[in-house]
Design a protein around this ligand. Sequence first.
Ligand code: UD2
Length: 313
Amino acid sequence: MIKKNNVLITGGAGFIGSSLANVLLPQNKVTVIDNLSMGDFNNLQESANLTKILGDVTDKKLLTKVFEENDFDYIFHLAAIASVADSVARPYETHQVNFDSTMMILEILRQNKKSLKRFVFSSSAAVYGDEPTLPKTEESTIRPLTPYAIDKFASEKMAMIYYNLYDIPASATRFFNVYGPNQNPNSPYSGFISILVNRLRENTELTIFGDGEQSRDFVYIEDVIQALLLIATSNQSLGEVYNVGTGIKNTINDLTKFAQKFTDKELSIKYDAARQGDIKDSLSDVSKLESIGYKPNYDLANGMKKYLNYEFK
Ligand code: UD2
């Protein structure tokens, strides 16, 4: 567990960042940087331990100042433009956020890492692309198909190189499909589950792209926080990258049926053409993460029950 430390969370007002901040805040000083493109400072608990910075991770002047004024023990670099499709539409702009910001932070740390214990970079299962062998281990073929996936892969590799060459203590995660409270449903590229829950709440039409038989490894936010904390604190994880999932896959159709049954609501559903570049199936092998103590506590049914109870309380 991380206690009495100074922690920086980029993207700390977003879904994963704010969930992590809220777990760390009671016992740590937490600085959050966020440009509120998807995040919301209201996701964060009020706390004397919290410093909120409204700003962009591509702003070198701002980052330099933040690092001059603070001595961080842990850095979780979660800020990103997390939309694959957006990276296809705006490859250069997303590259600046998804790669250049990582490089900039690593470079600041190379010049003065102070008392840094760990830099954790958030990568994505997108790096595996459409290579069909399942489940994905960290050694599986990497076949990035979009600027997003390339930037994530390049960032995680760069972090590992900064560990090997310059002794910056770095680790990386490859998130599968994360879901839970405070995930913003308002972008067309928001996570499917956040959109589904929003449609149930507002009683509006849900669009399923493709036949709905595509499957994903959906991992509940609490298990993701467990993984982030383990990766940040384990000695074994230095210079290593980890899949973060559950090792179980579910289809979009099954998930939709489950959510309707659980909430006793019937949705109007429109089936539309599959999204360009959509992956048919995605599934993680989490044995590497398990080797440092990870034990997912939520399968999809339990995670959805908790999430839906929270949303419909
Ligand atoms: C997830 C990540 C993405 C990247 C990728 C790696 C999220 C939000 N996105 O993309 O950042 O890491 O994995 O492979 O976690 N869908 C619908 N209707 C909707 C929205 C989505 O049918 O309104 C479908 C979508 O076409 C896809 C599935 O639901 O087949 C899951 O979509 P997603 O956007 O939640 O996540 P994914 O796997 O495309």
